[in-house]
Design a protein around this ligand. Structure first.
Ligand code: NAP
Length: 222
């Protein structure tokens, strides 16, 4: 049984509470985390919006507790990875904690080779999320662009309570290829974050800021 400090119990953090049978302390605006209250937790899971998460970075570093974070909508400090390595700390981050997203990452690395195959092609990426989502394009759409290794126009749509749909379309004069990932329940993000928490506590992962999808790909491609 782990002691988890859960930062944010909103639409996504709330699903961690539903899925986990561990001891969980919730931190939100009414109970903001402090060095003292984080003490004695084995792992921190964050589903805070990006800006509050960014403001807690010094505190989280100081706690020396491993962090699993899905917060998006901020820029990581460039020196964070090195700082974590210096302090012998392991953090795992994902713009999308879906385990299946690792499969997509592998597929996009192949699609990104299209420029060496086609003279005439176009790519477009689109994402749909719920109306409360603060950042656009989504962190996942930006990850897809990075995984492709090519610049691609991104369209963001906000509607209803959409959990998250991402699509990439590749068109050439005579064919079309589409890749779509549709999250149907926010529990997929909680499941992935809990999976990462298990790995960080049970396995000797490298120090630094670890990419969640890389962690999975290393396992499924070995
Ligand atoms: N990586 C992934 O797989 C993944 C998946 C889904 C979402 N996300 C990301 O996760 C983040 C949260 O999304 P969400 O839809 O769950 O948000 P949400 O429903 O708005 O919940 C946000 C939570 O953060 C808390 N919070 C906000 N500001 C705070 C502060 N200054 N101090 C302490 N707690 C604070 C809120 O507490 P109060 O209730 O007290 O306001 C609430 O519990 C976003 O960045 C989103 O993009 C990531």
């Amino acid at each position: 049984m782990k002691n988890i400090a859960l930062l944010g119990k909103g639409k996504t953090g709330g699903r961690v509470l539903e899925l986990s049978s561990d001891n969980i302390t919730v931190f939100d605006r009414s109970n903001p985390p402090t060095l003292q209250t984080l003490k004695n937790h084995d792992v921190i899971i964050s589903f805070l919006p990006g800006k509050p998460f960014e403001s807690y970075l010094p505190l989280l570093m100081e706690s020396k507790i491993p962090v699993i974070t899905g917060s998006t909508g901020f820029d990581w400090p460039k020196d964070l990875d090195q700082k974590l390595k210096n302090e012998k700390l392991t953090w795992v981050a994902a713009s999308n904690f879906s385990l299946g997203m690792a499969i997509i990452k592998g597929m996009l690395a192949v699609v990104g080779k299209c420029d060496s195959l086609f003279d005439d092609y176009s790519l477009k990426l689109s994402e749909i999320h719920h109306t409360d989502k603060k950042d656009a394009p989504s962190g996942t759409a930006l990850s897809w662009e990075k995984w492709l290794g090519l610049k691609v126009p991104i369209t963001s749509t906000r509607m209803g309570d959409e959990v998250g749909t991402h699509s990439l379309d590749l068109s050439t004069p005579f064919e079309e290829i589409s890749i779509q990932h549709k999250a149907t329940d926010r529990k997929i993000f909680a499941q992935g974050a809990l999976w990462a928490a298990e790995k960080v506590l049970k396995e000797k992962l490298p120090y630094g800021l670890i990419d969640f999808q890389e962690l999975i790909l290393q396992r499924i491609l070995k």
